[in-house]
Design a protein around this ligand. Structure first.
Ligand SMILES: [Zn+2]
Ligand SMILES: [Zn+2]
Length: 261
């Protein structure tokens, strides 16, 4: 377990596989994702490092139904019944009602998919979903959190946006390369939909984007040029990833996918 404070109230917690985010309003905690099955002990350890008991967890918000995000939700819920929130389109995969669909593995994804598949990650155990999320829902943390339905990576992927601190939890719809370049996330159900969702998030005013895997992406005044690519490079790599931009368009594109520069 490794916990990093990203800004006041916001922590990134790395667990055995993957990562999750912890938002703290005083002694009340919202977890965004939970890591793979078996991560609850690491989450308890993260809470303890902040001087908080497991009972501090007020809600569990799952960005999408993959096992590295929803995997430990039932374990954490079993502590004291903190409600698990999942979009209605991914809920059946989390409850176990229907098997989760395999992603469409593209040429771009294939090598990484082989590596991930060889890890043999455990599937999410049947998990109680207490709250079905929908586009436009508001959740009571971080000064008011807005739920955005962003299908593509999975049908029920959500982003959670906190307008006041300008924090966005993106789930796996956005990814980064090991050197921090922003790309469209990998292992998706529908990349056309996902690209639309990506651009929808890009239009938001965001300072800290908490992505599904890898370090957070920080924009605006806090840009670290060593850590985030130029808009052109972002769009170029995004274009390569999904094959939608011609070279000319890439040169002309000036939009930063993560919002105003
Ligand atoms: Zn995923
Ligand atoms: Zn993931």
């Amino acid at each position: 377990m490794e916990i990093t404070e990203l800004r006041p109230s916001l922590y990134m917690v790395r667990v055995e596989f993957g990562q999750l985010y912890l938002w703290r309003d005083g002694d009340a905690v919202t977890l965004v994702d939970t890591g793979v099955p078996g991560s609850a002990a690491a989450i308890a350890e993260a809470l303890a490092s902040l001087g908080l008991a497991p009972s501090a967890v007020e809600r569990i918000v799952i960005t999408h139904g993959h096992e590295d995000h929803a995997g430990a939700a039932e374990e954490v819920r079993s502590w004291h019944g903190a409600p698990v929130h999942v979009h209605e389109a991914d809920a059946p995969f989390v409850t176990g009602e229907t098997p989760r669909p395999e992603p469409v593995v593209t040429e771009f994804d294939a090598h990484l998919w082989e590596q991930i598949s060889s890890l043999g990650l455990a599937s999410t155990p049947p998990t109680t979903v207490d709250v079905l999320l929908h586009e436009g829902d508001e959740l009571d943390f971080g000064g008011g959190a807005r739920v955005l339905s962003i299908p593509g990576h999975t049908p029920g992927s959500v982003a959670v946006y906190l307008p006041e601190p300008r924090v966005l939890f993106t789930g796996d719809t956005i990814g980064t390369t090991p050197d921090g370049v922003v790309i469209l996330g990998v292992f998706n159900q529908d990349e056309d939909q996902q690209l639309e969702s990506f651009h929808r998030m890009a239009a938001l005013d965001v300072e800290t984007a908490c992505i599904g895997h890898g370090g957070p992406v920080v924009t605006g005044a806090a840009v670290d040029p060593g850590n985030i690519s130029t808009a052109d490079r972002v769009v170029a790599i995004l274009g390569v990833a999904v094959g939608v931009f011609s070279a000319d368009q890439v040169v002309d594109e000036t939009t930063n996918p993560l919002g105003p520069a």
